[in-house]
Design a protein around this ligand. Sequence first.
Ligand SMILES: CSC[C@@H](O)[C@@H](O)C(=O)COP(=O)(O)O
Ligand SMILES: [Zn+2]
Length: 205
Amino acid sequence: MSTYLAEWNDLADVKDELAARDWFMGTSGNLAIKVQDSPLQFLVTASGRDKNKRTSEDFLLVDHLGNPVEETSLKPSAETLLHCAIFNKTSARCCLHVHTVANNVVSELYGDQEMIVFKGQELIKAFGLWEEDAVLRIPIIHNFAYIPQLAIEFEKHIHSDSGAVLIRNHGITVWGNDSFEAKKLLEASEFLFQYQLMIQQVKSY
Ligand SMILES: CSC[C@@H](O)[C@@H](O)C(=O)COP(=O)(O)O
Ligand SMILES: [Zn+2]
């Protein structure tokens, strides 16, 4: 672990912070951080574990195909191919995926439109959108059960080193240049989703 201790601790700290928000219900969610570029190697959460706990078996090192590069009994996250898609296509170094009630409800409400659009919201500045008339579009994709297919669909929406994609009735995946940026995008997205649901509720009274 000594060769990737800094990345391990970085990801473990992010995991603790997201756990404190209760964003890993029922073992859902997975996280990844790049360790080296060439050949690509990244740490990814081990599949099916309780991500609210901090242990020495939380992450394992995988390659550009998502295969373990060290001897281990741990299985990489079932959704490792989505992390592969990001790291293979961009210079992003961190990728976070969580299931929340808010992101699931929003994904279902706007799923037929294949995106949710935010305008006139201060928090879209977290995505680097500083203009007064800027528009944030978060794509919503179908939740293919076959992960290679989900990864192909997901990959179509990766256009830069940071971004966010909603998977319908499943969760959100965000990525950024480092763990700070990825977490910022995740928190901003969840703020916007909660706002959207609340304003709809208030308006319907
Ligand atoms: C147990 S429900 C969540 C899983 O199906 C999956 O969507 C998920 O996010 C976590 O899977 P994992 O293999 O632990 O990374
Ligand atoms: Zn998931």
